[in-house]
Write a protein that binds this ligand. Structure first.
Ligand SMILES: [Zn+2]
Length: 100
């Protein structure tokens, strides 16, 4: 379904779903049971489920399952991006990839 309503400036809709940049908080317990350290604090990209208000479980493009309350939302392009998320996200870097 397509909507033609204008989006607020700063949030570029990609394929209909807004994408959020999130970074694991230090000390957050990851799905593997490991505690997030400094090396885990990459900026992941995750599609935001539509129609959900409030804390929600996200799945990043790299497959990381993100529980509510374990991440900070990153504004702008700060932080080290997750390479797998960048490659798999439907952003400008991936427009040349053919659909499977
Ligand atoms: Zn990632």
């Amino acid at each position: 379904m397509r909507e033609s309503s204008p989006e607020p400036a700063g949030q570029q809709p990609v394929s209909g779903a807004p994408i959020v940049r999130v970074r694991l908080r230090r000390g957050a317990v990851m799905p593997t049971g490991r505690v997030a350290g400094e090396s885990d604090r990459q900026v992941h990209l995750a599609p935001l489920p539509a129609g959900v208000d409030g804390p929600v479980r996200l799945v990043a493009f790299c497959g990381l399952v993100i529980q509510p309350g374990t991440v900070d939302v990153v504004e702008g392009m700060s932080g080290m991006p997750c390479t797998v998320c960048l490659l798999r996200s439907p952003g400008p870097a991936n427009t040349a990839a053919p659909a499977p």
